[in-house]
Design a protein around this ligand. Structure first.
Ligand code: MN
Length: 129
């Protein structure tokens, strides 16, 4: 079965780019356009990895990360923040909120694909779903 990845992203272009990169590597990508939808989908589908935009309408990515890590059944899924914020301290804020890693847009397709591979491999060795 293809590893399933959830991408919580409100921007069509970003979603499209990432979904093409991940599909080319053989991953299945699920999309949510906002935080509450992403949390629901994560609970239903149990993705192996969650990619999380920080600038989301309504509930921002930090709040989404906190909500996901507060759920026992979800906290094993690594969260990678994907953000266009280039402000000092942003990485720390994402990690503090419970994200496991942080990537800045614009995304470099090769480096991003390799990072996703690494997180999925890490999850596999610790028995993630
Ligand atoms: Mn956004």
């Amino acid at each position: 079965m293809k590893p399933r990845i959830l991408y919580i992203e409100d921007n069509e272009q970003n979603y499209y780019l990432v979904s093409v990169i991940l599909a080319a590597r053989g991953y299945e990508v699920l999309r949510a356009s906002d935080g509450p939808e992403g949390i629901d989908l994560a609970l239903r589908e149990r993705p192996r990895l969650i990619l999380l935009d920080i600038q989301l309408p309504g509930m921002d990515g930090y709040a989404v990360a906190r909500a996901i890590k507060a759920r026992d059944e979800l906290r094993r899924a690594p969260i990678v923040a994907v953000t266009s914020y280039a402000m000092l301290g942003d990485r720390e804020k994402a990690l503090e909120a419970g994200c496991d890693d942080y990537v800045e847009k614009p995304i470099d397709p090769m480096a991003f694909g390799a990072l996703v591979d690494r997180w999925l491999a890490a999850g596999a060795t610790t028995g993630g779903t």
